[in-house]
Design a protein around this ligand. Structure first.
Ligand SMILES: Nc1nc2c(ncn2[C@@H]2O[C@H](COP(=O)(O)OP(=O)(O)OP(=O)(O)O)[C@@H](O)[C@H]2O)c(=O)[nH]1
Ligand SMILES: [Mg+2]
Length: 213
């Protein structure tokens, strides 16, 4: 009888809340790779965190914008099997507060908190920034500003179009093309639905290429 090879796809098998901070220095010395989610308030960052990790109770999701106010670190363990050999990876998924929402009006109402800025610019372990954009609105000024600014960090950006379940199939194709032209990146944009889990394979595949190198 031939031997049955156990080939296992890359997946996250454990994700645990690690800590919250408004100061990038607090966790910076851990030396683990970090993948961060950034995007407008209410775009679905916390929902995506939960969807990717397969745990609906991990990050707090809210219908009200401005739910996540701190930099939240999740300690993630992933694994894959290559030619019968299991490989494990340990990294941080970092859920950031949203931008474009402020209870106070004024000059900085549209800006993100300065600690997001500090975090992005001062995290040597930051290997990928996932920029989440509502797939129904692929050309908002505030997202274009965020994208332009993120480009100065030198960290690769993956654009994820969220709430894909709210688009018709034809709109999905069209808006994916718009995302690709508005936010060019080494990675093609992914249309995601945290509600249905669509796009999860594509995002995990890109994460795999980063955490397994
Ligand atoms: N239909 C649909 N709704 C979604 C999806 N993802 C998130 N939502 C909803 O959008 C709202 C905001 O989701 P969150 O995940 O809390 O968004 P966030 O970006 O973390 O928001 P802040 O922490 O406030 O910046 C909630 O009501 C979610 O249920 C999705 O894929 N499909
Ligand atoms: Mg959130």
């Amino acid at each position: 009888m031939g031997e049955i090879k156990n080939i296992e796809k890359f997946h996250i098998f454990s994700a645990v809340y690690y800590g919250s901070s408004v100061n990038w220095k607090q966790f910076a010395q851990e030396g683990k790779m970090e993948i961060a989610f950034i995007g407008r308030s209410n775009v679905g960052k916390s929902s995506l965190t939960n969807s990717l990790c397969g745990n609906r109770k991990l990050a707090h999701v809210s219908r009200e914008p401005g739910k996540t106010r701190t930099i939240n670190y999740y300690d993630v363990q992933s694994r894959r099997t290559v030619d019968g050999t299991e490989e494990r990876q340990s990294w941080f998924l970092v859920d950031l507060p949203g931008y474009g929402f402020a209870k106070t009006s004024g000059k900085n109402a549209e800006d993100w908190s300065s600690f997001i800025d500090d975090y992005i610019m001062n995290s040597p372990e930051l290997a990928l920034i996932c920029l989440l954009i509502d797939s129904r609105h692929p050309d908002l000024d505030i997202d274009e500003k965020a994208y332009a600014w993120l480009g100065t960090s030198g960290v690769p950006v993956l654009v994820i179009g969220t709430k894909g379940d709210k688009l018709k199939a034809s709109e999905k194709q069209q808006n994916r093309r718009k995302l690709a032209s508005n936010y060019p990146s080494v990675y093609p944009p992914v249309i995601y639905s945290s509600l249905k889990g669509t796009g999860k394979g594509e995002v995990l595949h890109i994460i795999e290429s980063i955490v397994c190198r």
